[in-house]
Design a protein around this ligand. Structure first.
Ligand SMILES: [Zn+2]
Length: 402
């Protein structure tokens, strides 16, 4: 049925809210991986986005803050950012969105009672996946963290819901240590041990891509280093895309720990070289700085082996998403992967996707309304096809997932 302008908004809203999501980049783990599975109100508050906000908004000393246990850190963040101040930032708004979605009233309640009520309502990953309409996620798995990697020794978790990816940052940040681990795990000689270990990790985890975060200095490894040439050749044989998260500068403020990373430089001309030098490899790319977004979008029009994904970290702010999402649609149509959650605490799936849908609806409405004005027929089938592509198929097709 062809939709009229009057029906368009409600129909689009319904499709956006009912379509299943494939989340291409997260840091969450299945519940069975006990030391790594994060859930609940305290973990939600101890998010590094909120820690950075706390440590800059107050005069609390970072080392003192990190000396506290989880409970004290969370209650401090609640008190400073939600009680003493008005929680308008994107990271604060996320916490309130989840509380609202769970119908938890906060008026006249202390931290402890909110915590108790929250933990009664959210007690497994199942209700989080159901509330957020996420059907499966890609984890971030570090083969050089042997304890974390032990997840793949067990078989008692849902491998269709939690897909693996090979995070290779340690090969750049800590090469000697990584090489030693690869040798320990494979008993191969020095030259072949990294690829041999990746091969072993591949068969253990069945990953859907490999990933690395880079800046101007470290990107050169990809173009000049023989190890990375071998890795790229291996990825091509395995038909695994390489996900590039570009423009991070580690430890801008060392004292802040995980909350201390900032924006680094990147030269996207080198990304273009990489796409030309390795035409049979596929690259998923996201950039951390607003400065790089226009050039990245242009490159995605020039290189079929490059696919843009998501709004990463400092880019994941409503003001920036509105602007850049429209630019991507203007230049690429719907041929990109519009969002990933980057969730570290499972509960964050709820707010990250809720917030993105709130931005997506009015933007798409504008494009569809314009098509109707030009007598292009818009049907429910078209809406469903487009949202399926944006929320799931664009990513799955690029990764070769059925
Ligand atoms: Zn991430």
């Amino acid at each position: 049925m062809i939709l009229s302008s009057d029906d368009l908004s409600d129909n689009l809203f319904k499709v956006i809210n009912e379509t299943n999501i494939f989340d291409i980049h997260t840091h969450i783990f299945p519940p069975n991986h006990q030391n790594y599975f994060l859930i609940g109100f305290k973990n939600l508050l101890n998010y590094h986005y909120l820690i950075a906000e706390l440590l800059t908004a107050t005069d609390i000393d970072a080392s003192k803050f990190y000396s506290y246990n989880d409970e004290k850190r969370a209650s401090l963040i609640w008190n400073e950012l939600f009680e003493k101040r008005t929680p308008v930032s994107e990271a604060c708004a996320g916490v309130l969105t989840i509380l609202n979605e769970l119908k938890i009233e906060i008026n006249n309640k202390n931290f402890e009672s909110i915590c108790n009520e929250y933990d009664k309502k959210i007690n497994s990953d199942k209700n989080i996946f159901a509330l957020s309409n996420v059907s499966s996620v890609v984890m971030t798995n570090n083969p050089f963290d042997i304890d974390e990697w032990s997840l793949f020794i067990n078989d008692d978790w849902d491998k269709k819901k939690y897909l693996a990816s090979l995070r290779l940052d340690d090969l750049i940040l800590n090469y000697e240590e990584s090489l030693k681990k690869a040798k320990d795990q494979t008993e191969m000689n020095e030259k072949d041990s990294i690829i041999a270990y990746l091969e072993k990790c591949y068969s253990q985890s069945n990953p859907v891509y490999a990933a690395v975060s880079l800046n101007l200095a470290t990107f050169k490894n990809l173009l000049n280093d023989s190890l990375w040439k071998n890795i790229l050749d291996w990825l091509q044989i395995k038909k695994l895309p390489l996900s590039l998260m570009l423009g991070v500068k580690k430890a801008v403020n060392k004292n802040f720990g995980l909350a201390g990373d900032g924006i680094g430089n990147i030269n996207l001309k080198e990304l273009s070289n990489l796409c030309n030098l390795f035409p049979k490899n596929k690259f998923l790319v996201t950039c951390l700085s607003l400065d790089d977004q226009h050039e990245l979008t242009v490159l995605a029009r020039k290189h079929p082996n490059l696919r843009i994904f998501g709004f990463w970290w400092f880019m994941n702010q409503p003001t920036l998403i509105k602007q850049i999402l429209k630019m991507r649609i203007d230049m690429l149509g719907f041929s990109f992967i519009p969002q990933h959650s980057d969730a570290r605490v499972s509960d964050q799936l709820i707010y990250k996707w809720r917030h993105f849908k709130k931005i997506l609806h009015p933007i798409l409405l504008e494009y569809y309304q314009d098509l109707i004005n030009k007598n292009f027929p818009i049907t429910e089938i078209i809406l469903q096809r487009d949202i399926n592509n944006l929320f799931s198929s664009n990513a799955k097709n690029f990764l070769g997932i059925k």
